[in-house]
Each structure stands twice: as structure tokens, then as C-alpha cells.
Design a protein around this ligand. Sequence first.
Ligand SMILES: Cc1cc2nc3c(=O)[nH]c(=O)nc-3n(C[C@H](O)[C@H](O)[C@H](O)COP(=O)(O)OP(=O)(O)OC[C@H]3O[C@@H](n4cnc5c(N)ncnc54)[C@H](O)[C@@H]3O)c2cc1C
Length: 275
Amino acid sequence: MKAGAFEFEQFEGLEQTLNALAASGSARPLAGGQSLVPMLNLRLAPADLVVDLTHIAALREAKDLGASVLYGAMLRHADFEDGRVPDSSNGLMRHVAGRFAYRAVRNRGTIGGALALADPAADWLTTTVLLNATLHLASASGTRSVTAIDFVVGSYVTVLEEGELLTGIEIPRLSSSTKWGYYKVMRKTGEYADSLAMAVADPAAGMARVVLGAVDGAPLVLTRTAQAILANASASDLAATVRQELASTDRDFPAHKIILHSTAVCRAIDHLKRP
Ligand SMILES: Cc1cc2nc3c(=O)[nH]c(=O)nc-3n(C[C@H](O)[C@H](O)[C@H](O)COP(=O)(O)OP(=O)(O)OC[C@H]3O[C@@H](n4cnc5c(N)ncnc54)[C@H](O)[C@@H]3O)c2cc1C
């Protein structure tokens, strides 16, 4: 199929872009087009105006703020994979970025587009929840900030309102002693995850966090599992805690999904132990 007719605008300024988005009834921002273009072609995303964000320099910058790094929404996955941006995550974001889709998609796809799309299996969604990111949003009527976990309402649904843009993703810097673990279950290299678990821990500072993605909705923050890490639970106790925590969520996982997800979580936690 071919896309329906729409107007196309491209600005260098954020303000002009926000005004154009506000003025139109059904306008869509275009990041790398990796999802939007197929959605337009399949007529799954009706639009009377598409506004390209490519030339807005402010959205392609990464700013080191000391205690955090502010990543522009138009930074591409390859910018992280190739280490062209400051690292706030002791290498986790670089590791994640190199392991999804394939290079052509990573050359065009953006962190902001991935978060705005909110595919439940998207790697950046789970990563930003794990890293306690704050997402900065802007519209013609002002700006606001939300935490990554509050940004996602469910599968493909976020708090973004009509005409509102995700402009930046601010990630607090991990302490140098924080370790991370990552485990993704997928049928073929580069595919979206069937299960996606990530963990960070700095036991000396009393910090551990575990997040599970690809769970048909917002990523799940596993607080009891994180406490078990800090309590130095044995591998079998940890596995039991993970299974119990998954079984007690409101997601109603079938038995095979509990096995799949708990395996991913335990392997991500195991990954914390590497030197
Ligand atoms: C073949 C293939 C395999 C993939 N595999 C994976 C994978 O394994 N893991 C993974 O995480 N991802 C995967 N992706 C997703 C991909 O990496 C992109 O992140 C995703 O397609 C979004 O693309 P984009 O950044 O080009 O945004 P676009 O396609 O341009 O936009 C996506 C949506 O977000 C909106 N939007 C874009 N930017 C903003 C913004 N700044 N503010 C508000 N709204 C905005 C658009 O209007 C549109 O609705 C895959 C994609 C493809 C095509």
C-alpha cells in the first residue's frame, strides 16, 4: 500500500516545529522513519502533516551535566553503539544499542522515536526505566518532565499529548562501582525481544534495580528481586523470588512465560557477577 496524501515540513528550530505540530489537526513528528514510514504506508497512522525532526540540532546533542547526561531525542542508536555520546551507564547503553535490529535500522532509528513508539519489547524502554531516566517533553504551550516509568502507559501508549515532542532523555550517572547485567531472549539475532531483563547493582551503596521488558505493557520493576540481590540471596532463593514476584503481578503470565521471563531475569542477575 501507499501512504495517503500529507503535507511535509522540515525546520531547524524547535519552536517552529512545535508551532507547526500545534497548528495541525493530525500532525506526526518524523524521527528516523523506521516505524512511522511503514505505518504511514499501511495507513495505520493517519496524518495530514508530517514534520521532520532531522535538522533540529538541539535534539541531536548529548550534554554531560555532571551527575547526569542529557541525550537529545534524535540521537540514533548507532551514536550509542559507536560511543559518540558521553556514557552515564558504565557501558550498558552502548551494549544495548549494538544488540537490536540490524545496523541499517540502528543508523536511522532514534532513542526518542523508540520511546515515543513504546513497543513493549523495545530495548530503550526497559533501559530507561532501569536507569531511572527523566524524559523531557515540550509542546507549543510549555515543557514538562516525567520519569520513564510514568511515561509509558501501556503497549504503544505514552503520556505524550497531541503536538507534544519528547526532546531529551536525562540519565543519572551510575557510580563507578555499579555493575549491570543484561539478558535478551529472541528467536534470531536482531529481533525484538521475547523477554528482556536488565539489572544494576552497587551493593556497597545499597542500590539494586531489576527491570523486565517485553511483557505486553510497561516494563516491570522487580523490587523484591532487587532486595534479594542486596540480601545476597543464593541462586536458588533468587530464582524462587523471581518466580514468585512474576506470578504475583497483575500481568497474568501463563506458566511458560514465567519460566521464560524468570530465566532471563536470573541470567541478567548472573551477568552482574562478571569481573
Ligand atoms: C526491522 C526492525 C527491527 C527492529 N528491531 C528492534 C529491536 O530489536 N529492539 C528495539 O528496541 N527496536 C527495534 N526496532 C525499532 C527501531 O529501532 C526504532 O527505534 C523504531 O522503529 C522507531 O524508529 P524511529 O526512531 O525512526 O522513529 P519513527 O519511526 O520516525 O517514529 C516512531 C513514532 O514515534 C513518533 N516520534 C518520533 N520521534 C518523536 C519525538 N521526539 N517525540 C514524539 N514523538 C516522536 C513518530 O511520530 C512515530 O509515531 C526495529 C525496527 C525495525 C524496522
